[in-house]
Design a protein around this ligand. Structure first.
Ligand SMILES: Cc1cc2nc3c(=O)[nH]c(=O)nc-3n(C[C@H](O)[C@H](O)[C@H](O)COP(=O)(O)OP(=O)(O)OC[C@H]3O[C@@H](n4cnc5c(N)ncnc54)[C@H](O)[C@@H]3O)c2cc1C
Length: 366
């Protein structure tokens, strides 16, 4: 291990914590796929974008030794117009927000509710990114990916991707088989969009509607959401973070109703297929944890779902804070909060435990 050169991943993770690996390849062109057999077909491997949704547990004495592929494949184009729809292809290494702004500049609507979400286009389907009433699954026509198992390109239609709230076939595969055996490298995505005039507008959120003056349009929705997000979320350059650190828990409807009885101020919950999605931020607030810190890792004062690095937080600080939050919420509400970011650890067991099972992480000495 001592002979291996360490590569610093501080700038490849949203929390800007110290993390290291020993094999990192930048993939800039689709044609490099021909080099894949030499690089990765036989090795364990992981594909990353901008790291805005990855929590690395890989200090210098335990670096990641698997091959890490940094996706930098760029390009975007309008591929066809059919009936009232416009099909747009975007390669996976493009910045997501730049892509959304580009579609709006072409007078295309459909992606505006997802404006200002950090990260790359290729990572967007992994957790089925969503915001303000829209999930990316509803705008995807197809996904092209390299399948490391079959060693060929494969095409997915949305119904084959097992999209759920913050989840997909791709994310589940990584969780079940372990991230070192990542099976798919998403190469490009075809989106189905509309001209501004024909675009279905999603304004179900009061706060989005309130910001809009005059006639609603995709651009106005985007402007409104940009204002709201800039107000609510920390500036990642000043306070590194991974966005929401926990998913909103999905519980049985009767459990949500019981909670409402005991906590009448509980915000409205969303019903999805006979289950209720409740606010994780509210659960954390009720535990009086807003602003709580473990060394330089802290809960963001304006938004309890966000853990920020106030300076020199280590992965242990972040982890201990996350465990503290899980512990308090389970004590008060009996609800286990699941981590939203992908935990990538040099120890597979540690990553799996932290992302899935609270009880095993609790009191565990890392
Ligand atoms: C301030 C902030 C706000 C956020 N707001 C939202 C929000 O509103 N809604 C939301 O859903 N998310 C949100 N996120 C989370 C994050 O932006 C998304 O998950 C984003 O898609 C991550 O992109 P990335 O390129 O940084 O992916 P990474 O963090 O690099 O990777 C995420 C996962 O995807 C895998 N992956 C990445 N690229 C590929 C590829 N090409 N092929 C296969 N696997 C790949 C990685 O292995 C990893 O498991 C927010 C994050 C931050 C920091």
């Amino acid at each position: 291990m001592r002979n291996l050169k360490l590569i610093d991943l501080k700038n490849n993770n949203g929390l800007k914590i110290n993390a290291f690996c020993t094999n990192l390849f930048s993939i800039n062109k689709i044609s490099q796929i021909n080099e894949f057999p030499e690089i990765v077909n036989t090795n364990p491997r992981l594909v990353i974008g901008s790291g805005s949704n990855i929590f690395f547990l890989a200090p210098d004495n335990q670096p990641l030794t698997s091959t890490i592929l940094l996706n930098k494949i760029k390009g975007k184009e309008i591929i066809k117009e059919k009936n009232n729809k416009t099909f747009v292809r975007c390669l996976a290494g493009e910045n997501w927000n730049d892509f959304v702004i580009w579609t709006l500049s072409k007078n295309l609507g459909g992606l505006e509710n997802l404006v200002l979400i950090p990260g790359t286009v290729g990572a967007a389907p992994i957790q089925n990114i969503g915001a303000y009433g829209l999930e990316i699954k509803d705008r995807i026509d197809s996904i092209l990916a390299w399948d490391f198992e079959q060693k060929k390109l494969v095409n997915f239609k949305p119904h084959e991707c097992e999209f759920r709230y913050r989840n997909s076939l791709f994310k589940n595969q990584m969780i079940h088989d372990g991230w070192k055996k990542t099976r798919y490298f998403i190469i490009s995505i075809d989106f189905v969009l509309w001209s501004e005039k024909e675009s279905p507008l999603i304004t179900s959120y009061d706060e989005v509607r309130k910001e809009i003056i005059g006639k609603v349009s995709p651009k106005k929705i985007a402007e409104s959401i940009i204002k709201i997000r800039n107000r609510k979320l920390p500036d990642s350059n000043l306070l590194p973070n991974l966005g929401s650190f926990f998913q909103n828990p999905i519980v049985k409807i009767y459990q949500a109703k019981d909670l409402r009885k005991n906590f009448p101020k509980m915000p409205n919950f969303k019903v999805i297929e006979n289950e209720a999605k409740i606010s994780a931020a509210w659960l954390i607030d009720e535990c009086k944890l807003k602003g709580y810190k473990v060394n330089d890792a802290g809960i963001y004062k304006k938004h309890s779902l966000i853990i920020v690095n106030y300076g020199d937080a280590s992965y242990k600080d972040i982890m201990n804070l996350a465990i503290k939050i899980q512990e308090k919420v389970i004590e008060k509400f009996g609800i286990c909060l699941t981590l939203e970011p992908n935990v990538i650890s040099s120890s597979e067991k540690k990553a799996f435990r932290l992302s899935k099972f609270y009880y095993e992480t609790y009191n565990h000495d890392y």
